[in-house]
Write a protein that binds this ligand. Structure first.
Ligand SMILES: C[S@@+](CC[C@H](N)C(=O)[O-])C[C@H]1O[C@@H](n2cnc3c(N)ncnc32)[C@H](O)[C@@H]1O
Length: 356
């Protein structure tokens, strides 16, 4: 595959996704508003299913959601064939001087069955099964949500800032743990904003952790470790962490896994420590619910739908957390989550504290 064909193909898919995010999505939302006005009452989820599922505009919306993503990864100009053809050359990005000291991979690591069962986000082989999986995921993540706002800063930076402003004074050499850190995109803002902190990133996927460790090494970052482990059993000592965080992990675990992860983070936090997670949860109305149930299915994210039904506050309190709060998160300074007219994830901050 020629580089320029790949770039043009991916640019086309992104342009299509922008049209989908704005025009097609808004059209469906408007149809539901008009129908509700006609009925004289808000539409319930069952009404929306009956109304939209046979609608050709919805069918086009749904087909494009699944197939734009599929083409992005597996089509003729897809990320997977592009990276596979260049495995040897691109694998250089997975190593750097000092990276080995920042990386702890497990021998014969056995991936959980739920994790192997489905190609999350439709990435073929998932983010864990081949040398270039982390690089494919990294490239794909750059265009997951087309940037529609004005501020071209990453939402991970905004989230880390919010967390560090709100958890009170951390010790200078605070221990911070990022669960499900992937290729380190969610970890990086913490090591940038808290340069003295001792940071651990945990993930199941070795190819992602290698990329994270190489980037930290290239940046000369000390006191950081990327460890291959399960967020339900991290290998961190009890009461060793000042702050536990995760970004987009909760919706990628089955409910039992999420409960186990909450229990694990509770026991490895120091008394008074905070756990703050960023994920998708607060839906505005039945239309949002319909759209994200569909997204869960079409984007191969089987646990997202179940997460919407979970009472995460009650689950967190059941393992002992207090001050549990769920709040909407604006991923861009010009976005009001309540009134944003285009497609966006229902970003939600889950904050909770271990009693002092
Ligand atoms: C959507 S990605 C988010 C990655 C990163 N936090 C970010 O914001 O870019 C979810 C990550 O969770 C990891 N993951 C899923 N289940 C896990 C588990 N039980 N333990 C550790 N990591 C897990 C996946 O391998 C993946 O890297």
């Amino acid at each position: 595959m020629q580089e320029q064909d790949f770039l043009a193909g991916q640019a086309f898919l992104l342009a299509m996704k922008k049209r989908w995010t704005t025009g097609l999505y808004s059209q469906l939302q408007e149809k539901c508003h008009l129908q509700a006005a006609h009925n004289g009452q808000p539409l319930q989820l069952a009404d929306i299913r009956t109304f939209l599922e046979p609608d050709p505009d919805y069918q086009i919306f749904a087909w494009l959601e699944r197939h734009l993503q599929k083409m992005k990864y597996s089509g003729p100009y897809g990320l997977a064939p592009y990276h596979r053809e260049r495995t040897e050359q691109l694998s250089a990005q997975l190593t750097a001087e000092g990276a080995a000291e920042r990386l702890e991979l497990a021998d014969d690591f056995e991936q959980p069955a739920y994790y192997q069962a489905v190609d999350i986000h439709q990435q073929p082989g998932g983010v864990w099964s081949e040398a270039v999986s982390g690089l494919i995921y990294e490239r794909g993540a750059r265009t997951t949500t087309p940037m529609l706002g004005q501020e071209h800063r990453d939402l991970h930076d905004r989230f880390a800032e919010l967390v560090l402003e709100n958890v009170g004074q951390l010790p200078q050499r605070a221990a911070i743990l990022d669960l499900g850190c992937g290729f380190g995109k969610s970890t990086r803002p913490f090591w940038e904003l808290a340069p003295e902190a001792i940071i651990t990133g945990v993930d199941l996927a070795a190819p992602c952790l290698q990329l994270a460790a190489a980037e930290a090494a290239r940046a000369g970052r000390q006191n950081i470790l990327f460890r291959q482990a399960d967020a339900r059993d991290t290998g961190c000592a009890p009461e060793s962490q000042d702050l536990v965080t995760s970004t987009m992990l909760l919706h990628e675990m089955p409910g039992t896994g999420l409960r186990a992860m909450l229990a694990e983070s509770f026991q490895l936090l120091k008394p008074g420590g905070w756990a703050v997670h960023l994920d998708f949860w607060l839906l505005r109305d039945a239309f949002d619910r319909f759209i994200f149930e569909g997204h869960s299915q079409r984007n191969n994210e089987p646990f997202m739908r179940a997460l919407f039904d979970m009472d995460v506050k009650a689950e967190a309190e059941a393992v002992g957390f207090e001050a549990v709060e769920l709040t909407a998160f604006a991923e861009d300074s010009n976005i009001d989550p309540e009134s944003w007219p285009f497609w966006r994830f229902p970003w939600t901050v889950f904050a909770m504290q271990k009693p002092a």
